[in-house]
Design a protein around this ligand. Structure first.
Ligand code: E4P
Length: 218
């Protein structure tokens, strides 16, 4: 299972990279805005800076919603670095753009997936990744993890190469359940990954080991 971090914050990306378990980064226009990155030149520079930190795939999202615009933007993004994956929204022109980039051998991530039908269409168009947003589905009392299960079944039935990138992950249980279901990738905040390492019995056990060692060696 791959771990992507869902942020445009360079310090957090570096921290996750230094942990040694990071496989990539996902960003979106809201995350870029949150870091105060505005204007095309600054946005492109920021993607270059992210690519300099990580070893794996870096999803960079197009802003256009028409086919020509998505192709134009996607080509500029893809030319930045071989790690760039062009992130395209699940809309009709987006499906055409996924097919265009798939034919050209450019990796894509189809974002804003909220149904199995959308994931199937993206896979048919040759998307490298589909991003079902499980947290946002949970937010409206819908079964986010159930969607991952449905997509897993469909992709396995037909041996689609498209990877399931569980997005909008909010907490460690999302990651564990995605791993049980068989999502290929999760993307979420650093806090969710760090929480996987925590257990109170680990802390108590370590404190006891260190105290016993100190007593025996005093
Ligand atoms: C996916 O690529 C998105 O950037 C993301 O996971 C959205 O998460 P959110 O619902 O926490 O904003």
């Amino acid at each position: 299972m791959k771990f992507f971090i869902d942020t445009a914050n360079l310090a957090q990306i570096k921290e996750a990279q230094d942990l040694g378990v990071l496989d990539g980064v996902t960003t979106n226009p809201s995350l870029m805005a949150k870091e105060g990155i505005t204007g095309e030149a600054n946005v492109l520079d920021h993607y270059r800076a992210i690519c300099d930190i990580v070893d794996g795939d870096v999803s960079a999202e197009v802003i256009s919603t028409d086919f020509e615009g998505m192709v134009r933007e996607g080509e500029i993004l893809a030319a930045l670095d071989e790690k760039i994956v062009v992130k395209i929204p699940m809309i009709k022109d987006g499906v055409k753009a996924l097919k265009y980039f798939s034919n050209k051998g450019v990796k894509t991530n189809c974002t804003l997936i909220f149904s199995a039908g959308q994931a199937l269409m993206a896979a048919k168009a040759g998307a490298s990744y589909v991003s079902p947003f499980i947290g946002r589905l949970d937010d409206i009392s819908t079964d986010g993890l159930g969607l991952i299960e449905s997509i897993r079944l469909i992709f396995d039935n037909y041996a689609f190469d498209t990877e399931i990138l569980a997005a909008s992950v909010r907490h460690p249980m999302h990651i564990i359940e995605c791993a049980q279901i068989g999502a290929d990738v999760i993307t979420g905040p650093l806090s969710a990954m760090e929480a996987l390492m925590k257990h109170p019995l680990t802390d108590i056990g370590l404190a006891t080991f260190l105290a016993d060692h100190a007593k025996a060696n005093s």
